[in-house]
Design a protein around this ligand. Structure first.
Ligand code: CMP
Length: 487
């Protein structure tokens, strides 16, 4: 569409130039006969009154023809500089305002030159300087226009935004893509495909939010989940779903974070960066769609305002709906509990309490007193000891492993920090429940004392205190028995 229009314009330009050049040639060629003819006509018309202005008319005609030629030359120069050179070197279209200013200055200069050549006797400078009143009147009449014009110039000088950038202007928050900056206004195409014209003088006074085309601009999209859904899981699932979406920049990984613990659920925001900011409406929509599908696949749930009447009842693990079986299975799979009967494992499960820890949270702190042990139900923890002020991992424990038994069975303070490496659910078993198990399974004490002795050895090795601690499980056995009041 653009090419044929440009071709037409060029042909029109050539025809106009040819006509003007021909007219200039004819006026120059028939200068004398024309003047004579005009003089005779005017003489006859005025019947010997004032001196005939035939020369002035011819000169004015020449001035007009040369001025038209100058205008055409300025337009040609404008196209050459801005359509070819500027566009080629800068890669984008020159602002209309700059083009117009160039044309006005070039044309005024040429006009002055032509005028002084055609009318050497007239002092054009004096003519302008003496017409002060004319200037005042013109100034008042063009107050708004000039305001826009100069505001436009200052916008161009500042270059806070360019054609193609997305801007939001003023209290009415007009948002759209900048299409053109003229001597009067900024032309913005909104996302409803409307054109909004913001006058330059208004734009100069209002705050403008600019999202440059060449910049990685970010967006925030909000969503929520039920309180029962795991935050670590929701964050992971949404981050992975969003980073794959079209127009989401691969250069920066989207950030998903909790915004609020709201009335109906946990509120999150996902921040992502766009390749092409002008398409943010489509991309926001796509991101929301991806979140919906990802939620469905991962069994996550959006929260919506609900009122649930809960009659509180203290809940033990064994009583949990549908979960009790899994807890019994988990405890039965722990090697030290292998000798227990199904009933005994069931009793242990009843007594156990479940706790969920976020990645990085501390489950056990070294030095704290402790009267319970833990079984990892799901997830992973790391056992860390402090060495020269830094944490060193001595073991990583996952599903089915247990920890915290040392303080429980010996009554000594916790020997290490235990930190969740990912979202981890642990089952806590207290002193009373263990004592019940020991009463019926005295052999258990022995196998436990071996494990504790081994772990102590590993700890001692890391502290470089191995000497003298080698065979202490026999001593441990009797101290555990003493602590639990067993024979
Ligand atoms: P407790 O001392 O009660 O608290 C810290 C726990 O870390 C400790 O019990 C053990 O269960 C566990 N722990 C300490 N050292 C080791 C190790 N070397 N391997 C596995 N677990 C350990």
């Amino acid at each position: 569409m653009k090419r044929p229009r440009n071709k037409n314009k060029f042909a029109l330009f050539l025809i106009a130039t040819a006509i003007v050049v021909l007219a200039i040639y004819l006026v120059a060629h028939f200068d004398y006969p024309l003047r004579e003819l005009l003089r005779a006509r005017l003489l006859r018309a005025q019947m010997g009154g004032l001196a005939p202005p035939a020369d002035t008319i011819i000169d004015a005609l020449r001035l007009i023809l040369f001025a038209i030629l100058a205008y055409l030359a300025v337009r040609a120069l404008n196209s050459l500089i801005f359509d070819l050179v500027f566009r080629f070197r800068r890669g984008y279209e020159a602002p209309t305002l700059v083009r117009n200013i160039f044309s006005i200055i070039a044309f005024t200069a040429l006009f002055f030159l032509i005028f002084t050549l055609v009318f050497p006797q007239v002092n054009l400078g004096a003519l302008f300087t003496t017409s002060a009143i004319f200037g005042v009147i013109l100034g008042l009449a063009l107050q708004d226009t000039l305001g826009n014009f100069f505001a436009g110039i200052s916008l161009q000088a500042d270059r806070p935004f360019q054609v193609g950038d997305v801007i939001t202007v003023g209290v009415q928050r007009h948002t759209g893509v900048v299409e053109e900056i003229t001597w009067r206004a900024i032309k913005v195409r909104t996302f409803q495909n409307h054109i909004v014209l913001i006058s330059n003088s208004n734009a100069a006074k209002e705050p403008i939010e600019v999202c440059p085309r060449e910049n990685l601009n970010a967006r925030l999209v909000f969503f929520n989940t039920l309180y029962t859904d795991s935050p670590a899981k929701a964050i992971h699932v949404v981050r992975e779903a969003v980073r794959e979406a079209d127009n989401v920049s691969q250069k920066i990984t989207p950030i998903v974070r909790m915004r609020n613990l709201g009335d109906s659920g946990v509120e999150y925001e996902v921040k992502y960066w766009l390749e092409n900011y002008a398409k943010y409406n489509d991309t926001d929509a796509l991101v929301r769609q991806r979140i919906w599908y990802a939620f469905r696949r991962a069994n996550l749930n959006f929260a919506y305002p609900t009122r649930t009447l809960l009659v509180e009842r203290k809940q033990k693990i064994g009583e949990r709906d549908g979960d009790g079986g899994a807890i019994i299975e988990r405890l039965a799979a722990v090697d030290i509990f292998a000798p227990l009967s199904t009933e005994e494992t069931g009793m242990l499960a009843q007594a156990a309490t479940s706790h969920v820890f976020a990645p990085g949270e501390t489950v056990i702190r070294a030095g704290d007193p402790g009267s319970s042990m833990f079984v990892v139900h799901s997830g992973r923890v790391s056992v860390q000891v402090s060495e020269n002020g830094r944490q060193r991992t001595v073991a990583t424990l996952s599903d089915g492993a247990f920890f915290g038994e040392m303080a429980l069975f010996t009554g000594e303070p916790r020997t290490a920090n235990v930190v969740a490496l990912e979202e981890t659910e642990v089952l806590e078993i207290g002193h009373a429940a263990m004592k019940r198990v020991f009463d019926t399974n005295p052999d258990l004490v022995e196998s436990l004392s071996h494990i504790i002795a081994e772990r102590r050895q590993a700890l001692a090795a890391s502290e470089d205190l191995s000497g003298g601690r080698k065979d202490e499980s026999a001593g441990l056995l009797s101290s555990i028995k003493r602590f639990f009041g067993l024979n």
